[in-house]
Design a protein around this ligand. Structure first.
Ligand code: GLV
Length: 300
């Protein structure tokens, strides 16, 4: 089976993926874009990480496009993506676990004031604040996919008062008014783009905090900065941004009540993700059932 492997990897990343994928599927032949162009009719599947738009055109035997990214918003934005070919997202158990760890770290740090203590250390200030119990802290998790569910469970196990929301479920406003911490793990679609805007922040109680581990485009940056500057919001933990890397002059870098992570909340683990991708490649080859299919109209 010939499989195209392409995306915006560095050379090292590509070689890590190649190693993990060929270990999991030694019988496959892994082609780069140039090799695929020479024998387009032989390419049965593509394993991709945000490939340049147009990369998957002109491959008549293609049966599966397997993303190595969990979030397929960039892939689905490619208008040339062949219409009839199934697309699968990456659902990597190791990545889910890592995401839940980051979510828990952010919630714990906000609840216990550890970001504020780090600031006080820089100022040389010895100042304790009141310690609340976990069950007094209301955490709202946006998104009930693999990551949202895993994170919500992990946070709940630590005793927090967790509620969850998904786009087609109950109305959001009443939940926002009862959230001390909002954690965003929604997929990015036209319906969720810019969801975290002025009205969203205004609906939160004063001194609430926001954690965005999903996509930068969920947030209207000017509105978030205004809500932080006015003191309405206590803190924001941000892993993802409209432009990545976050530009050096962006206000988030220096804002005393913003914690910036370099899109590192959860990376895909090459070995466990390769096993997931290969299970789907074999299913595509053998006519079996594909896992984690993207619904094109829905966008994830
Ligand atoms: C990372 O952000 C991913 O979608 O895999």
């Amino acid at each position: 089976m010939k499989v195209l492997l392409c995306g915006d990897f560095t050379a090292d990343e590509r070689s890590d993926w190649l190693q993990a994928l060929s270990a999991a599927m030694p019988e496959a032949q892994w082609l780069d874009l140039e090799a695929a162009r020479q024998a387009p009719a032989s390419v049965m599947a593509a394993v991709v990480a945000n490939p340049p738009p147009g990369s998957l055109l002109g491959l008549p035997a293609l049966r599966l496009i397997q993303s190595l990214w969990a979030g397929v918003d960039r892939l689905m934005a490619d208008a040339t993506l062949p219409a009839g070919v199934p697309v699968a997202r990456m659902v990597d158990p190791a990545m889910n676990a890592a995401m839940a760890q980051t979510a828990l770290w952010a919630v714990l740090s906000l609840h216990r004031g550890f970001f504020a203590y780090a600031r006080r250390q820089r100022e040389g200030q010895w100042l304790q604040h009141v310690q609340r119990r976990a069950d007094e802290v209301r955490v709202l998790v946006l998104g009930q996919g693999q990551m949202g569910r895993t994170a919500a469970q992990c946070i709940e196990q630590q005793g927090y008062a967790v509620s969850t929301w998904r786009r087609n479920g109950t109305p959001l406003q009443p939940l926002l008014s009862k959230a001390d911490i909002v954690l965003n793990l929604l997929p990015l679609t036209e319906q969720t783009r810019g969801l975290l805007d002025r009205d969203f922040f205004a609906a939160l109680p004063p001194k609430a905090s926001v954690v965005n581990l999903a996509r930068g485009a969920h947030v209207v940056d000017a509105d978030l900065l205004a809500a932080l500057d006015s003191g309405h919001l206590r803190h924001a933990v941000l892993d993802v941004f409209h432009v990545e890397p976050l530009p050096a002059d962006h206000r988030y870098w220096q804002h005393p009540r913003v914690t910036v992570l370099p899109h590192a909340a959860a990376s895909t683990d090459a070995r466990s993700a390769a096993a997931v991708a290969v299970a789907n490649l074999r299913a595509a080859r053998d006519g079996g059932e594909l896992m984690h299919r993207v619904e094109r109209e829905r966008g994830y």
